[in-house]
Design a protein around this ligand. Sequence first.
Ligand code: ADP
Ligand code: MG
Length: 286
Amino acid sequence: MEESRWLVRERKKVSDGTLRRDADQTDTLLQATNVTMRFGGVTAVSGLDLALPKGRIAGIIGPNGAGKTTAFNILSGFYTPQEGSVVFNGVDIRGRSPADICRMGMARTFQNIRLSPQMTVLENIMVGCHVRRRCPWWMAPLGLPAFYREEEEIREKGRKLAQRVHLADNIAEQAGSLPYGAQRRLEIARALATAPELLLLDEPAAGMNPQESLDLMHFIGHIRDEFGLTILLIEHDMKVVMGVCQYIWVMEYGALIAQGDPDTVRSNPDVIRAYLGEEASLEKGL
Ligand SMILES: Nc1ncnc2c1ncn2[C@@H]1O[C@H](COP(=O)(O)OP(=O)(O)O)[C@@H](O)[C@H]1O
Ligand SMILES: [Mg+2]
C-alpha cells in the first residue's frame, strides 16, 4: 500500500540517530526494567519488567486499578517512574519529553480519547503528520512555496489515512461529533500519521459493540503487517486480547502475576483468581 511505503520512507528520514541500533543488540524494541511508580501512598506499578520484541502484538491485561494505564504512561514518557528504566530502540527514555519520544517512533492512543473535538477529522490526522514535517512552522507567514507544497502533501497523507480507518466520508466533520468507535479509529489514524515503529493502544475497544470490537481486532492485525509495526495494547475485552495478542502480561495491584501466550495465560490459576472477582469474567472470553 502507498501509505505504508510513505511511513517506511518517513522513518528513514529520522536523522537524530536514535533509531539506529547496534548490530549486536537483540530484537527487543521496548524494555522496561524494574519499574516502580508511586502516587503518595499508592504503588501503582511495582517492579515491572517487560521486553517487547519487534513485530509482535502484545497485551497488558488486569483488573481495574491494576496499574495498566500508569505502565503505559511510563512507557510513553508521560510519567517518570521513581525506580527502574525504560529503553526504546536502544535508547533510555528517561528525561525525554513525550513529543521527543513520539519523534523517536513511539505513538499512542488514550483510554479517555484525546482528540481535538472542534477540529475536523482531517485536521486531527494532519496534527499527527506534522511530527515529521520538514519545513518549520515559522515558514508559514513567509509564504514560501516549499511550505505550502509540504502542507498539501500532508493533507493528501491525511486523506489516505482517513480512508484507511474507514473515515473517508467524514473528513470534514468535527471529530467531537463522531460516534465513539469512529473516534477511536481516528485516534489510531492520528497515531499512525506520526510514522511510528511502536504503537501503544490503551483500551482501543472500550465503548465498542461486539461487532466493532471484532472488526478492530482484525484491523489491528492488518495495520501491524501493513505498516510494519510493533503493537502493545491494554484491553479489558478478553476476546480482543486473546484473539489478537501473541504475548500477554497480566498485572494485579501494580505487579505482574503472569505472562505468556494466550493459552498459558488463560489457564493460569492466578489469572483466573484475579478475574473471578470481576463480574461476568467468563463471558469476556477468559
Ligand atoms: N495520577 C494519579 N494520581 C494518583 N493515583 C493514581 C494516578 N494514576 C493512577 N493512580 C492510581 O494508581 C492505581 C492504578 O491505576 P491505573 O494505572 O489507572 O490502573 P488501570 O489502568 O489498570 O485501571 C489506581 O489505584 C489509581 O487510583
Ligand atoms: Mg486504565
